[in-house]
Structures are given as C-alpha cells and as structure tokens.
Design a protein around this ligand. Structure first.
Ligand code: SF4
Length: 248
C-alpha cells in the first residue's frame, strides 16, 4: 500500500534557507529516512541528510519533525495522519552546514572538557570489583548513542546561544554524574559539575528525558542525583561546618 504525501523539507545553508514542498510516495511501514532517500532518488539528488545505521543505534540521523527532535530512521510515517503537515528541519540548536546536516562539534568540545574515568592509583587491572547495582546504574547511562537530541531540545542552549560556553548540556552532565556515582572513580566532580559544566542552569523540565530515543531517565537518574550532591556539599550546614573545620 502506498500514497502520496506532502513533505516540507528545510533546504539551505548557514547563510539562508527555506522550506521546500515535495509530493512524495510513502509506502506502508516506511520511516522518515526512507522518504528522504526516495526524495534523493527521484526529486532532490543533492539533498543533504546525515545517516548511517538506519537502526536507531548510530545517532547520526537526528533532525526535527514538526519541531520535535527525532531520529529520522526511527520515526514511522504512520505516526502522522494523512491530514498532518510533515515538516522536516535541521536540529535548531546547532549551526546548519547544509539542508538537514548540522555541525554538532559543540558536543565533542564539551565531551573533552570532562576528565576521564579516574580509578585509585593503586588498583591494578583485574582488581576492579563493583556491586551489581552500580553496574546497572552505569549501564543505563552507557545506552547513550550520542544522537544529541537531548542537547538540541534543552532550552538552556536552544534559546540561549550565550549559554553554550558555560553549559555542557544534559548528555554531558549525565556523563559527569555517571563518573561521580561510579564506585571506582576517585576524582571529585561535584564542584566542577556546578562551576564548570553549568549544572545550576538545568531546571529539571525533563525535556531531555522526553526526547531520548534510548529511554534513559536523564533527569531522574543523573541530573537530580547530581544536584543533590551539590546541594549536600554547599548548603547542608553540617557538611559545610565539617569542611570548614577540616580546612583549618
Ligand atoms: Fe541521545 Fe539520549 Fe544520549 Fe541524549 S542521552 S544523546 S537523547 S541517546
């Protein structure tokens, strides 16, 4: 079964662009990426779209459909009714390179700002032991495919270019939390989370959790526990007193 649908695709570059209307065949069971590939094959051979695995695991084909950040390869056309307008645009938070392809290097720069896993100096390889509960906590965060949909939707940077310098975004605050809660990581990441990675800017609206294709509970399991650690250190009077005395 197939029908013809109106699909509006943003086309342009860093300087200028516009929505272009296409009438395109849609077959039963297809995803948005199939439809864009058909456009490339039949009407717009120079349409730029980044993709790789087409299985929801590489995190490459991130874009926005009707304003919502989505993976193009995991969005079935059947979620739209025949009356819906289908509008495909590039990720809004990152600079456009061409058409649906954006420059996501902001995210790689933020990744490099986080010191790597730091086990105790005297712990030899093979001596690492972890409780199952700690393994499971890390495994949830390790499901991340780095699609950066959470980074795209986060209003702290989506609407405020000026915050990009001081805010790592949910994906990388989650990485800080993962390492801070790791029983074998001895680096102190609490102050850096707040002062260097901008944790205080997050007001836990859960937009990041809402768009995560891996279903990671970014806010509940990473950002809030990290905020609690910052609050304990900075605002618990007993902790504050203990730290003040120990510094003398
Ligand atoms: Fe994508 Fe989820 Fe990872 Fe964010 S946390 S980059 S939304 S997989």
């Amino acid at each position: 079964m197939s029908d013809t649908r109106l699909v509006r695709v943003w086309r342009g570059d860093a300087d200028d662009g516009q929505l272009v209307d296409f009438q395109v065949e849609v077959h039963e069971g297809e995803v948005m990426l199939d439809v864009l590939h058909r456009l490339q094959a039949t009407q717009a051979p120079d349409l730029a779209v980044r993709w790789n695995c087409k299985a929801g695991k590489c995190g490459s084909c991130s874009a926005e459909i009707n304003g919502r950040p989505r993976l193009l390869c995991m969005t079935r056309m059947s979620v739209f009714s025949e009356y819906d307008e289908v509008v495909v645009t590039p990720l809004r938070t990152f600079p456009v390179i061409r058409d649906l392809v954006t420059d996501v290097s902001f995210n790689y720069a933020k990744a490099r700002e986080i010191p790597s896993f730091t086990p105790p100096a005297d712990l030899a390889p093979g001596e690492y032991r972890m409780a199952q509960v700690d393994v499971e906590r890390s495994q949830e965060f390790r499901k991340c495919i780095e699609c950066f949909l959470c980074q795209d939707v986060c209003h702290v940077v989506r609407d405020h270019e000026e915050h990009k310098e001081s805010f790592a975004g949910p994906r990388f605050l989650m990485r800080v939390a993962e390492l801070e809660m790791h029983p074998l990581d001895v680096a102190d990441r609490v102050d850096a989370a707040q002062d260097e990675h901008g944790l205080g800017r997050c007001n836990i609206t859960k937009c990041c959790t809402d768009v995560c294709p891996e279903g990671i509970k970014i806010t509940d399991n990473a950002l809030i526990p990290m905020k609690e650690r910052v609050a304990d250190r900075r605002y618990d009077p007993l902790v504050w007193l203990g730290r003040t005395i120990s510094r003398r």
